[in-house]
Design a binder for this molecule. Structure first.
Ligand code: ADE
Length: 233
């Protein structure tokens, strides 16, 4: 049977899912609480990882080692890098990569970790397709795009930085965990998808937009994840 690990970096990204699940157990490790149980007919482990790449990677490794999850879904919010993605819209990962890795001096591409053999971490195509279908079902009117997540340990809020992430990496959204989740899932051969609702435009307006829209955006993403679980039991 499938066991789905669901990760949100912040409480507001997982609180709705946790409130709807049938809880069987809570296990604590590395400062995180892993909520085991069932949601929409699927066996799940729901966890708030904390913010940033290291928290995200540690979380995935625990889901792999201690819970033997078969799939990983990352739900949350992101800044838009794509003019077609407005606040409240949804980006579903085709792939994810780091925007803050630089070993160019040794001949690697910007964003590529040396000796790993890949810069992009491809998401599972079936999970991405399921997410798109679920979005059409539960968030009608919300525009959903399958595209590229670019991640780093930075909140992007300057136009020049945003433009660099678009020109260097062709990113569709930016956030602070997705590529680390993808990287760790890749190392452990676990299929994953990242689902991010847009909370801001990752430019000079982000500081004002983000606090206004983060909660509604997080809810869009969580509602979609709940629906998807019906297909993953
Ligand atoms: N999460 C939501 N918006 C973001 C942004 N602009 N930069 C990084 N992470 C984010």
């Amino acid at each position: 049977m499938n066991k789905i690990g669901i990760i949100g970096a912040m409480e507001l990204e997982v609180e709705e899912l946790k409130s709807k699940m049938t809880l069987s157990n809570i296990r604590k490790k590395a400062g995180m609480e892993f909520f085991e149980g069932a949601l929409n007919g699927a066996e799940v482990v729901i966890v708030r990882s904390g913010i940033g790449k290291v928290n995200a990677a540690v979380c995935v490794q625990i889901l792999a080692d201690d819970f033997q999850v078969t799939h990983i879904i990352n739900t949350g919010v992101a800044g838009s890098l794509n003019a077609k993605l407005d606040i409240g819209d949804i980006l579903i990962s085709r792939d994810a990569l780091y925007h803050d890795v630089d070993a160019v001096i040794f001949g690697y591409r910007l964003g590529e970790i040396p000796q790993l053999g890949t810069r992009e971490f491809p998401a599972n195509e079936r999970l991405a397709a399921l997410a798109k279908t679920s979005c059409e079902r539960v968030n009608p009117g919300v525009h959903a795009v399958i595209g590229r997540v670019v991640s780093g340990d930075q909140f992007i809020s300057k136009k020049e930085v945003k433009e660099r992430l678009i020109s260097e990496f062709q990113g569709d959204c930016t956030e602070m965990e997705g590529a680390a989740i993808a990287h760790c899932a890749f190392l452990n051969h676990i299929p994953f998808v990242i689902i991010r609702a847009i909370s801001d435009k990752a430019d000079d307006s982000a500081q004002v937009e983000y606090p206004v829209f983060e909660k509604a955006a997080a809810r869009h993403s969580a509602r979609l994840v709940e629906d998807m679980l019906g297909e993953l039991k």
